[in-house]
Design a protein around this ligand. Structure first.
Ligand code: SF4
Length: 145
């Protein structure tokens, strides 16, 4: 079961499609399983202008996913022809419904709210744009080199 928007206490805001050209707003300040993380720990606004409850930032460069926006829908993992993605909290698992389920008010809830899609094989991306197109909350920005 994908996460229902109504069960979340934030409104996902589409990824800033220009994040790579805004190093002041999105500095590289982390690394996760081989990809860059930007603006980790920064308080950013959601779609309503309210502060996101998480401060996870944008993971990836050519395959950029706003982890504060991502709601564990899973379609991106289903459509990727080169299996770039795995679930961040359920390593080795791909596909809709295979996200790690998070108990409300747990430590994981406080940090993540939902599982996130993790571009563990970012270098295998062939820039087909399927994931960017299918994401229901527009959390993904693909930038061919
Ligand atoms: S653009 Fe295509 S190959 Fe690249 S991560 Fe998305 S679905 Fe996979």
């Amino acid at each position: 079961m994908m996460v229902q928007l109504s069960s979340l206490d934030f409104k996902p805001k589409p990824i800033d499609r220009d994040f790579l050209s805004k190093p002041d707003e999105f500095p590289v300040n982390g690394e996760h399983v081989g990809h860059a993380v930007r603006a980790q720990g920064t308080q950013r606004p959601d779609m309503d202008g309210a502060p996101y409850p998480t401060k996870l930032g944008i993971h990836g460069t050519e395959v950029g996913v706003d982890w504060d926006c991502c709601i564990a829908d899973g379609a991106c993992l289903d459509v990727c022809p080169t299996q770039v993605y795995e679930w961040a909290l359920n390593p080795g698992q791909i596909g809709t419904g295979n996200d790690h389920k998070i108990e409300k008010d747990s430590d994981e809830w406080n940090t993540y709210r939902t599982d996130k899609t993790d571009m563990i094989r970012e270098k295998d991306c062939i820039y087909c744009m399927a994931c960017e197109t299918v994401c229901p909350v527009q959390a993904i920005k693909i930038t061919p080199p």
